[in-house]
Design a protein around this ligand. Sequence first.
Ligand code: UD1
Ligand code: CA
Length: 449
Amino acid sequence: MAKSQLALIVLAAGMGTRMKSDLPKVMHPLAGRPMVRHLTDTVSALSPDEVVVVVGPGMEQVAEAVAPARTVVQAERLGTGHAVMQAREALADFTGDVLVLYGDTPLITRETLERMLDERHGPKDPAVVVLGFKPADPGCYGRLVVGAEGLKAIVEWKDASHDQREIPLCNSGVMVIDGKRLWSLAGRIGNDNAKGEYYLTDLVGLARHDGASCSFVLGEEEELLGVNSRAELAAAEAIVQRRLRARAMENGATLIDPPSVWFAWDTRLGRDVVVWPHVVFGPGVTVGDGVTIKGFCHFERCRIADKAEVGPYARLRPGAEIGVGAHIGNFVEVKKATVEDGAKVNHLAYVGDARVGAGANVGAGTITCNYDGFDKSFTDIGAGAFIGSNSSLVAPVRIGAGAVIGAGSVVTREVSPGALAVTRASQMELSGWADRFRDRKKAAKADTK
Ligand code: UD1
Ligand code: CA
């Protein structure tokens, strides 16, 4: 049987009042990207034919984040059923499966969605498949009322009888609906209930009334965590990080202390990478094979090639490119700079807007002076050059291949390949001066007593 077409509707019109934030709730990041993108990316693995995100007024940021997916604005928040109706025009001719997800429930897995789609195309041809779960604390979730012929209804907690409130099986909110039947059912949802809202959950009762069957699939509480507060955001982050750590180790990286390593959603580690404790990977980091990352490093939008050694305490900022076998040591910051193969920047240095040629050695305390308060300028260090400790390279400046810079130099002009440049004052010596100085000072102090 040909796979049925799939449309996704994401409900994201909620303001997220309890987040106490200027940012729409679904824009709060998990592992460095907005929650809503976690959802759309999870579903993209199922190749949806249509994606419609329902947002509230003034949520242009969400529209940008989910582009090229379509967004529709729900002007008034009249309930989940009303929110889904906003997608009606966009999906008027759609006859495949319609998956409804909540933007603030970002941890749902592809496997669970696949199970729901399988159920939808099972022998009972259910009009609606609901994802149920049995939370440790069922609280105020809607409850699934199940009979001999499957799912009979979803009752909202506020509308539920005492007995219904005892049901442990709860509604996660995730549903797959037969697109051929969705709009005729949804158009009949009313708002005569405890909250005066249009409940999407009424679809089940309406479908049953028409003689169609409905069913449910069981999900894990962990993947159905909803984010309504900063505390729940942190709990969701912890789950995402656990998954990312597990994935890194499955792919052949050693994490010596997994809980202290923080990944971004797109971190890519090669094989036999060893990560020591307390390392943070921001977005956009790629690490090659056999790289060792010692403790307390911070990385963002950078690339580390095979067999490099980085840290402890290194900071790689956007545009840092670390070559094969290169060494970046403690308290070294690299920004928008290429450190070519085998080069070493081992201690206390700032390398920004620069190239460090292959095999060059940048001594402790070296600074590329890349900014004059207005413009950024480039420092080019040739292959095999040696930059003595505590040198300032005032950009724009070029150090030729194999050149040597004497320690403590302030380099403002081009240095030819193979040359020595030293700019510090030359050393002088006055023999016996120190002793004479101390004698004079002691005598002066004695006089004043
Ligand atoms: C909903 C379910 C409930 C389920 C619970 C799971 C209904 C009627 N109830 O209740 O059975 O147990 O989720 O968390 O569906 N939204 C809009 N526009 C609206 C209303 C909501 O976009 O007009 C969005 C919200 O932003 C949110 C999602 O829909 O992402 C769920 O809305 P919410 O009000 O939290 O539903 P619950 O009352 O929690
Ligand atoms: Ca909710």
